[in-house]
Design a protein. Structure first.
Length: 197
C-alpha cells in the first residue's frame, strides 16, 4: 500500500474534459465488493456515467444555479480520486461523496487530506452553512476517515442516500463552517495546497 509522504503534492481542482474518461472508467470498473460496500444498485449506474456535453454545460452554469459539482483529486500531477457535491442549495446545503480511483491509495492517509481540502473549497465556493456526508454504516473506509477528521455521527438510519443506491443503513455526518475552522486550527495538514481551475 502507498502511504502519504510530506513531499507529495496534493491538489483539488475542477473537472476538465480530460477527466471524464477517468470518472466513467471508475464507475464502469467497480468490483462486486465495491458495489456491495457502497450499497449501489448496478442497474442505476448510467453508461457512460458522465456525458461530456452535459457536464461541460453544467460547469458553465452560474454557481447559484448548480445542483451538483465534481472536484478531481490530484496526487503529484495525477488524477487519483474525486468528490461530488449534490442536492446543492446555494448558501445553504449540499451532500458530499468521495471516491478514490486507485484501491491501493485507500487507507493510506491521502483520503482525509483530499477530503479536508475539498470541504474547504465547497464551503467557500457555494457559501454553504451545512455539508452532509452519509456513507453506508458498513462502509468502514469513509466512516474511519470522517471520524479521524473529528466528525461525529449525527444519526444512523435507513434511507436511499443517493440516486445510485439501494435502501440501506447510513451514518449521517453534519459538517459546518465552524466545525471546519476548529478542525483547521487543531489538525496540521503539512504539504497540502489546493487550486481551482
Amino acid at each position: 500500500m502507498t502511504s502519504y509522504r510530506k513531499e507529495d503534492k496534493l491538489y483539488v481542482r475542477e473537472l476538465s474534459s480530460n477527466d471524464i474518461h477517468l470518472v466513467n472508467g471508475y464507475w464502469a470498473s467497480l468490483a462486486p465488493a465495491d458495489i456491495d460496500r457502497m450499497n449501489i444498485d448496478p442497474c442505476k449506474i448510467p453508461t457512460p456515467y458522465l456525458q461530456a456535453d452535459a457536464r461541460m454545460k453544467l460547469l458553465n452554469l452560474p454557481l447559484r444555479e448548480r445542483k451538483s459539482d465534481l472536484l478531481i483529486w490530484e496526487l503529484n500531477g495525477r488524477a487519483v480520486g474525486m468528490s461530488t457535491l449534490r442536492n446543492i442549495r446555494y448558501a445553504e446545503y449540499g451532500e458530499i461523496h468521495l471516491h478514490m480511483f486507485e484501491p491501493e491509495l485507500r487507507g493510506s492517509g491521502y483520503g482525509h487530506r483530499f477530503f479536508f481540502i475539498t470541504l474547504q473549497q465547497y464551503f467557500r465556493k457555494y457559501e454553504l452553512k451545512l455539508i452532509v456526508c452519509q456513507p453506508s454504516s458498513r462502509n468502514l473506509g469513509p466512516n474511519r476517515l470522517l471520524q479521524k477528521l473529528g466528525f461525529t455521527i449525527a444519526k444512523t438510519y435507513r434511507t436511499v442516500p443517493g440516486p445510485l443506491n439501494r435502501e440501506h443503513e447510513v451514518n449521517r455526518y453534519e459538517i459546518t463552517p465552524a466545525l471546519m475552522a476548529a478542525l483547521a486550527s487543531s489538525v496540521v495538514f503539512s504539504g497540502i495546497t489546493s487550486r481551482s481551475s
